[in-house]
Design a protein around this ligand. Structure first.
Ligand code: SF4
Ligand code: SF4
Length: 174
């Protein structure tokens, strides 16, 4: 595993979307096997870190797909779980921004209520910083770019998220 990947994972080690455990709101939906969750796509090289953790890793379109039994050692959770429900999106200008991942829409109440629930700025910033760091690794950069184009496609189906894209600039609940 590259140093860059290790550093990106470390940036996201302790940050969380909210001050409180958001799993209390939804009973940890993103960790429960469900029809809405097909698994987590791993970054290139990440599979080497996670072998021996009891995960199932299978090749899929776009990269290796990890599935779990709903439990993991927190310090070993994959990148996709660390940034959820955001994604380090690479724009056509090459800059990385943290955006709501439209693929989280069905699963995550934070995404569905993004107009009213403000995510913690340190979490949002860590997602962006981790993405910027990963852009220095050619394989990870290609992965982030490909995923960002997929997000572009899906965002066309969810224009409300397109309008709400910057999670850090959320207006407070009135
Ligand atoms: S589905 Fe969303 S709100 Fe629920 S635990 Fe996962 S990130 Fe938190
Ligand atoms: S790998 Fe861990 S954090 Fe990710 S969905 Fe499974 S139990 Fe949850």
């Amino acid at each position: 595993m590259s140093d860059v990947l290790q550093q990106a994972l470390a940036l996201l080690k302790d940050v969380t979307p909210l001050d409180t455990d958001c799993g209390n709101v939804c009973d940890g939906r993103c960790c429960r096997p469900s029809a809405d969750s097909v698994g987590m796509l791993l970054l290139p090289g990440e599979e080497n870190l996670l072998s021996g953790e009891g995960f199932t890793i299978t090749p899929a379109d776009g990269g290796d797909l990890l599935t779990c039994n709903g439990n993991c050692r927190r310090e070993m959770r994959p990148f996709a779980c660390r940034v959820f429900p955001l994604f380090p999106y690479v724009g056509e200008d090459g800059l990385v921004r943290a955006v709501y991942d439209p693929r989280s829409f069905r699963l995550c109440p934070l995404t569905r209520n993004c107009a009213h629930v403000r995510l913690k700025p340190d979490f949002v910033r860590a997602v962006r910083k981790a993405g910027t760091l990963l852009m220095s690794d050619p394989a990870c950069a290609a992965f982030l770019r490909a995923q960002s184009r997929e997000i572009d496609e899906l965002s066309r189906l969810l224009p409300f998220l397109e309008n709400e894209r910057p999670p850090i600039a959320r207006r407070k609940l009135r």
